[in-house]
Design a protein around this ligand. Structure first.
Ligand SMILES: CC(C)(COP(=O)(O)OP(=O)(O)OC[C@H]1O[C@@H](n2cnc3c(N)ncnc32)[C@H](O)[C@@H]1OP(=O)(O)O)[C@@H](O)C(=O)NCCC(=O)NCCS
Length: 282
């Protein structure tokens, strides 16, 4: 199947190599009922600033991949109508291609086990600005009021959820630049939704990591945030470090980097990796 007719779309979504051929296959026939239903679910959310992604226990990944491919140009148009640069829109939507490549590493094949995550991008309120992604949402009110008094007291309930795409190192300078870009971007394009606080929910904010690897970029990133609480997330650190789902066959995983060793040794010692929930003032 030729990928040529879809060159522009695949460029927008950062889809490359064998994934481009597989995606062209999905687009070769008119969309079926499931893909159409998925597209209409995304259409309903576009511009509504949803906090959570679409979930669907009976979903077939192929239907969602097809729907994401077919719907992405509508999101791109929406971004451009808001005055957002085509480059920022494309950088944001290119997570589709990245997630397809990661899926190959995780499962050895074409697929998208993270399709649900990408439904956030398709609502039009998640942007990649430099090294980080920012998700403009209404605060879920989980930040203890005492911690942020004076920060959100006099303002709205909007916050920026911060996400860290896989894309090389996370140097403090890149993170600084990304936050600076975000401050300008959101006050320009979403001036009526001022977000004084950024939040982050990540395995990277588990305080165990900053204790064990204090000089790492990960620790430097996590120290920017005030930790509000932790919740058990036994598999996250393994997934993001090794791109393996679940905790089987951990003895076969490499221990080449300090992070790999810390992640596995904690589990060896009977520990449970946590999701750290933190916030910072923008
Ligand atoms: C977050 C991330 C960009 C940090 O990368 P980084 O800037 O290179 O990280 P650090 O400098 O803090 O790395 C410290 C050590 O961990 C290693 N390391 C970092 N990320 C690693 C990874 N994903 N796999 C294996 N080792 C890793 C580094 O090589 C270094 O090892 P060394 O001390 O033996 O030299 C990287 O881990 C990544 O891409 N993760 C996937 C995305 C992710 O987790 N997002 C958050 C989702 S909630």
């Amino acid at each position: 199947m030729s990928t040529k007719p879809h060159a522009e779309l695949f460029k927008l979504l950062g889809i490359t190599g064998p994934d481009a051929a597989e995606c062209a296959n999905l687009l070769a026939t008119p969309p079926g009922r499931a893909a159409l239903a998925a597209m209409s679910a995304m259409q309903e959310r576009l511009g509504t600033f949803p906090l959570v992604s679409i979930k669907d226990d009976d979903a077939r990944e192929a239907d969602w991949i097809e729907a994401l491919l077919r719907f992405a140009p509508t999101v791109h148009e929406y971004h451009v109508e808001l005055g957002i640069s085509p480059a920022v829109s494309a950088a944001s939507l290119a997570d589709v291609g990245l997630q397809l490549r990661i899926n190959r590493r995780v499962h050895g094949d074409f697929g998208l086990d993270t399709w649900s995550w990408l439904t956030l991008h398709m609502a039009g309120n998640l942007f990649r600005l430099g090294r980080l992604q920012f998700h403009l949402v209404q605060s879920p009110n989980e930040i203890p009021a005492s911690d942020v008094s004076g920060i959100i007291e006099h303002s709205s309930s909007w916050v920026l959820g911060v996400h860290i795409p896989e894309d090389g190192g996370l140097s403090p300078a890149l993170v600084d630049d990304s936050f600076s870009e975000a401050r300008v971007f959101f006050s320009t394009h979403f001036a009526d939704k001022p977000a004084p606080v950024a939040t982050c929910d990540s395995w990277m904010l588990d305080p165990y990591l900053a204790e064990r690897l204090p000089a790492s970029n990960i620790a430097s990133f996590s120290r920017r945030f005030t930790l509000d609480r932790c919740t058990d997330a036994p598999t996250d650190a393994v997934y993001f470090t090794f791109r393996q789902r679940g905790l089987d066959d951990l003895d076969k995983l490499p221990r080449d980097t300090s992070l790999q060793r810390v992640v596995l040794e904690r589990i060896d010692d009977g520990g449970t990796w946590q999701l750290g929930h933190g916030h910072l003032a923008l």
